[in-house]
Ligand binder design. Structure first.
Ligand SMILES: CCCCCCCCCCCCC/C=C/[C@@H](O)[C@H](COP(=O)(O)O)NC(=O)CCCCCCCCCCCCCCC
Length: 218
């Protein structure tokens, strides 16, 4: 994704990634798939910079990003401009495994659902980071956010592996440094600005999926 590494010093900047999520909303509150995917790409870069312990997580995210990117550049790309248009198109053309027969395992709808669930984790984690103090532990904030969200969709083995990875997360000070948005007050401000937008993107997607009974797609 252009922009998440600033050209001056080649360092990753979380502000630019979070700004990508702001671009997700169209004037009539549809969610642009291109920016949604770009936001995840930026987050994955950040995750990779934290070390190889997180590779099993970023690999899965990358494969989902790749599936959606293929739709975005494929022959039906005009149907994949927004999450709303993707859902209508895939449902109208029976491209979604609504009956759980395993026929369309890689639909845009089921792939995005996995990232959508992870977006809830992100929102909960960032809110904890925003309201944390210098004694707070990133590993605790991360696992609390995970247990309240994604963990409910993961089997035991994945939960166990995730739990092991969280333990080696850098502490809050180092974590803020890798985010590269300035001193802690600045990080708090950037998070405060980005969170409502992330929440709105999440809620719009959640309502859309609920309306079409897509929240349990296999
Ligand atoms: C900063 C610490 C980052 C910790 C990331 C927390 C999320 C933990 C997720 C563990 C996922 C393990 C990998 C396997 C997942 C899949 O089984 C599972 C189901 O897929 P399937 O139905 O196709 O089989 N996949 C998923 O649920 C999707 C997971 C996507 C995870 C993306 C995580 C990106 C994290 C970005 C970190 C950015 C932090 C920014 C903070 C300022």
């Amino acid at each position: 994704m252009a922009g998440s590494w600033s050209s001056d010093n080649q360092k990753f900047c979380m502000r630019e990634v979070l700004d990508t999520f702001k671009l997700c909303l169209s004037p009539d509150k549809e969610v642009y798939l291109e920016h949604y995917v770009a936001g995840w790409r930026g987050l994955v870069k950040f995750l990779n910079s934290l070390g190889s312990v997180f590779t099993f997580i970023s690999k899965d995210a990358v494969s989902k990003i790749q599936i959606l990117s293929n739709f975005l550049s494929g022959e039906s790309s005009s149907q994949y401009v927004t999450v709303q248009s993707m859902v209508s198109y895939e449902l109208e053309n029976q491209l979604v495994d609504v009956n759980k027969t395993g026929i369309h395992p890689e639909s845009g709808c089921r792939t995005l659902l996995r990232l959508h669930r992870a977006l809830r984790w992100l929102e909960l984690f960032l809110e904890r980071l925003r309201t944390s103090d210098k004694h707070s532990k990133t590993s605790v904030m991360c696992s609390e956010a995970y247990n309240e969200s994604l963990a409910q969709h993961h089997p035991w083995l994945v939960r166990k592996a995730a739990g092991l990875a969280f333990v080696v997360l850098p502490g809050r000070t180092a974590f803020f440094e890798v985010m590269n948005v300035g001193p802690p007050e600045q990080v708090v401000a950037v998070l405060g600005e980005a969170l409502p937008l992330i929440l709105e993107v999440y809620q719009i997607t959640e309502d859309l999926y609920a309306k079409h009974h897509l929240l349990d797609l296999p």
